[in-house]
Design a protein around this ligand. Structure first.
Ligand code: DGL
Length: 271
């Protein structure tokens, strides 16, 4: 059994392209339709009810594009909206939290994991809940890092000021003794070099984008939804507002062949 329909991926903006990059490397014959809600980014500073509503609207738009599964390539949306999405959609839905937490538990040697993300992600407690479900005795230190997304969108990926902000955010986690750090925001893989510089060599980084792609591959096999081997892979990108400079930053940093970007108006669902 195989299925040529696209994998639908959504994020609050362009950061979720880190997940697309990982998906393309791992599943080169799958078609991907990516939807970025650039009209309403950031989700990370909004209330759970608003993030839930926005996420349902993005998922409905992907369903209209015949998505065979929906990948929530946004930690904020995965943290607060996954139960509602799973309950309401007819296709399988996968987020970034569970794969990231699973990889962190596999990586830690001293049983102490750090998690960084947006305020909404950290406030939701979703990573703590998942980490504890997988390993009840794990120690967890969390830190919201709201300044990192704007620095990334500005393209300051290798910059002294960004290094100082990272050091200030991560210093307490390192002093508390973490040996594994989950990058709990789909923007953060773009800062992987700067974050590695700020950490002792003994701390392992868990990139939620890459681990999510591995989980998508497993889900496709399990649900018999993998594309036929001869499928013509392609990447379509649609945004809810005109792209800004960050698309150029992401394109360069990820070396992703992005092509033309479509504009889509948000379809407001009545539920
Ligand atoms: N992509 C979001 C996430 O992974 C960060 C940007 C936002 O605040 O919307 O949490």
């Amino acid at each position: 059994m195989s299925d040529p329909r696209p994998i639908g991926v959504f994020d609050s903006g362009i950061g979720g392209l880190t997940v697309v990059k990982a998906l393309r490397e791992l599943l080169p014959n799958e078609k991907i339709f990516y939807l970025g809600d650039t009209a309403r980014i950031p989700y990370g500073s909004r209330s759970p009810i608003t993030v839930e509503r926005y996420s349902m609207e993005m998922a409905d738009m992907l369903t209209q594009e015949s998505a065979k599964i929906i990948v929530v390539a946004c930690n904020t949306a995965s943290s607060v909206a996954l139960p509602k999405l799973k309950e309401n959609l007819l296709v399988p839905v996968i987020g970034v939290i569970e794969p990231g937490a699973r990889a962190a538990i596999a990586a830690t040697r001293n049983g102490h994991v750090g998690v960084i993300g947006t305020r909404a992600t950290i406030k939701s407690g979703a990573y703590e809940q998942e980490l504890r479900r997988l390993s009840p005795d794990v120690r967890i230190s969390v830190r919201p890092c709201p300044l990192l997304v704007p620095l990334i969108e500005e393209g300051w990926l290798d910059d002294e000021l960004t290094d100082r902000v990272i050091a200030r955010y991560l210093g307490p986690l390192v002093r508390e003794g973490i040996d594994t750090l989950v990058l709990g925001c789909t923007h953060y893989p773009l800062l992987v070099h700067a974050i590695s510089r700020a950490l002792p060599k003994t701390v392992s980084l868990v990139d939620s984008a890459r681990n999510c792609a591995t989980a998508v591959r497993e889900l496709l096999v399990q649900e018999q939804l993998s594309a036929p081997l001869a499928n013509s892979a392609g990447l379509e990108i649609a945004l809810t507002d005109a792209p800004d400079t960050f698309l150029g930053v992401a394109r360069r940093a990820l070396q992703l062949d992005i092509g033309d970007v479509q504009l889509r108006e948000v379809l407001h669902a009545v539920r």
